[in-house]
Design a protein around this ligand. Structure first.
Ligand code: ADP
Length: 510
């Protein structure tokens, strides 16, 4: 095993929805090397999204090798490796051969909707919210595992005989990294997950952090299929693949949004981050208390260090974030590329009374209105594409404010500043609008690769490469801050108009 005092770097695997990366960072948290490979999005029918688990595993191996080779490093130079992953994506495979019995069912896939409606029953989708922190809908991984067992011939019987293993992508990768089914090493392979990933299955009790027998039974997932649950900063075995990170211990595992919290240094109660990607993902650290939301948010494990109490978070996501910018570009063709939205919106000066409510498939947190559909309101002869561009950036900011208000109401914690990351934060006007609409400071870090950084932080902290969470938080340097410039009356007037616009989107789909 490598000695953390002499090894110079930490590695992180960032297994995302569209690609897999391996990133190597130094003691200052600076990225020294990065290798990335995309994988196929398999869509057998409307609403179904699958990935090939073997393709993802191969990409992970290649990314590990290339990231090392590019900067002439060997595994001995790496003190530890962390893993972060797309959450809620489920894989079932054969213990003896390592062959998946079905493609991975991806988090966005809606095929379990009907099963989830049955599980929710008369009590409704909040039935298990106290126990799991989650709402019963198509996202969690547990029902996806049950779907595979129910649809692959003989799978349920094989699962009960102990011939199969299941898990989220972290579990699949770690099992393979630690030896997989290869020859006599089969017994060495670790079948493990961390608390943050386990908290997205609908099968884990959020208080005890153990698999809940009753839930496993109700959902239809035999307990022996499931991995051992460990803390996020913990021991997950040692990499065994030659030519990659052989001999390096896996010491940190976090779901992608929790990794972004870790990479943003959100370690204390009341700290929050918003990731502006395709969708928006907001998390607020609520400390050692589970806060069950009365406003349509999820409760989840933020992270846990082995031997310490878990830290929890409230989470709210918005389906249409950067994807609304893409819609303006691809479907309406009003802008040639995403960055072009900034100057056009700036030229508009204000929204000219125009609001876009992107309820393209209903409204999610915190409103949960499946009857809503998208609307553009306030159009006059005066409005042009510049106002629509402005309205798109404002819609992102207003939706964020709605989730933040729900978090404040649920937690009683007042938000002082919001840390931001994701592709859209390069848009400076969008960040100013966000500060104005929220009435709070917006802080963008130097390194916006917060997900990979978070996994590296967790692993490095696990082996003592970094000695404290405070030291890690100090590494999160802020590149730019935006303060609210709008006066309070104007902020509230705009928000009230937004709320009127949202009401216009209701009661459309019947
Ligand atoms: P994901 O990880 O979900 O694929 P990213 O974090 O890479 O997303 O962010 C990409 C999203 O950000 C896209 O939806 C794109 O439309 C949006 N985006 C990128 N640059 C800008 C910009 N300058 N202004 C507004 N939106 C942007």
């Amino acid at each position: 095993m490598t000695d953390p005092q002499h090894a110079k770097y930490i590695a992180a695997i960032d297994q995302g929805t569209t690609s897999t990366r391996c990133v190597i960072v130094d003691r200052d948290g600076q990225v020294r090397s990065s290798a990335q490979f995309e994988h196929r999005q398999i869509m057998p029918q409307q609403g179904w999204v699958e990935h090939d688990p073997l393709e993802i595993w191969n990409n992970t191996r290649r990314a590990m090798s290339v990231a090392l080779a590019d900067v002439d490093l060997a595994a001995a130079d790496i003190a530890a490796v962390g893993v972060t992953n797309q959450r809620e994506t489920a894989v079932v495979w054969e213990k003896d051969t390592g062959k998946p019995i079905h493609n991975a069912i991806v988090w966005q896939d809606t095929r379990t909707t009907r099963l989830c409606e049955r599980l929710a029953g008369e009590e409704g989708f909040r039935r298990w919210q106290e126990r799991t922190g989650l709402l019963i809908n198509s996202y969690p991984a547990g029902p996806k595992i049950a779907w595979i067992l129910g649809h692959v011939e003989g799978a349920r019987a094989r699962a009960e005989r102990g011939e199969l293993l299941a898990g989220t992508i972290d579990t699949w990768l770690i099992w393979n990294m630690t030896g997989g089914a290869e020859g006599d090493r089969g017994d060495v392979a670790r079948h493990v997950t961390d608390v943050t990933n386990a908290s997205r299955t609908l099968l884990m009790d959020l208080q005890t952090l153990t698999w809940d027998e009753e839930l496993c039974e109700a959902v239809g997932v035999p307990r022996q299929l499931l991995p051992e649950i460990r803390a996020s900063v913990d021991e997950f075995g040692v990499v065994r693949q030659r030519g990659t990170l052989a001999g390096v211990p896996i010491r940190g595992v976090l779901g992608d949004q929790q990794a972004a919290m870790f990479g943003q240094g959100c370690f204390t109660e009341g700290t929050a981050k918003n990731t502006y990607g395709t969708g928006l993902f907001l998390l607020l650290n609520t400390g050692e208390q589970v806060r069950i939301s009365g406003h349509g948010l999820l409760s989840t494990v933020c992270y846990q260090v082995a031997g310490e109490k878990p830290v929890y978070a409230l989470e709210g996501s918005v389906a249409m974030g950067g994807s609304l910018v893409q819609w303006l570009r691809d479907s309406l063709q009003l802008i040639p590329n995403a960055p072009a939205i900034e100057n056009l919106a700036r030229e508009a000066g204000d929204n000219g009374g125009v609001y876009i409510v992107p309820a393209f498939s209903g409204l999610f947190a915190p409103r949960w209105r499946s009857d809503a559909r998208g609307v553009i309101v306030g159009l006059t002869r005066f409005a042009d594409r510049r106002h629509l561009c402005r309205a798109v950036l404002e819609a992102t900011a207003f939706q964020t404010r709605e989730v933040v208000e729900a978090m404040v109401a649920d937690s009683g914690v007042e938000l002082q500043a919001l840390k931001v990351d994701g592709g859209m934060v390069s848009n400076e006007l969008a960040m100013q609008i966000q500060a104005d609409v929220l009435g709070a400071e917006i802080a963008r870090p130097d390194n916006i690769e917060t997900t990979a950084l978070g996994a590296a932080f967790a692993a490095g902290y696990g082996v003592g490469y970094w000695s404290s969470l405070a030291e890690l938080a100090a590494q999160c340097e802020v590149d730019k801050r935006w303060q609210p410039e709008m006066d309070r009356a104007e902020r509230e007037r705009l928000y009230a108009e937004w709320n009127r616009a949202v009401e216009r989107s209701y009661d459309w789909e019947r």
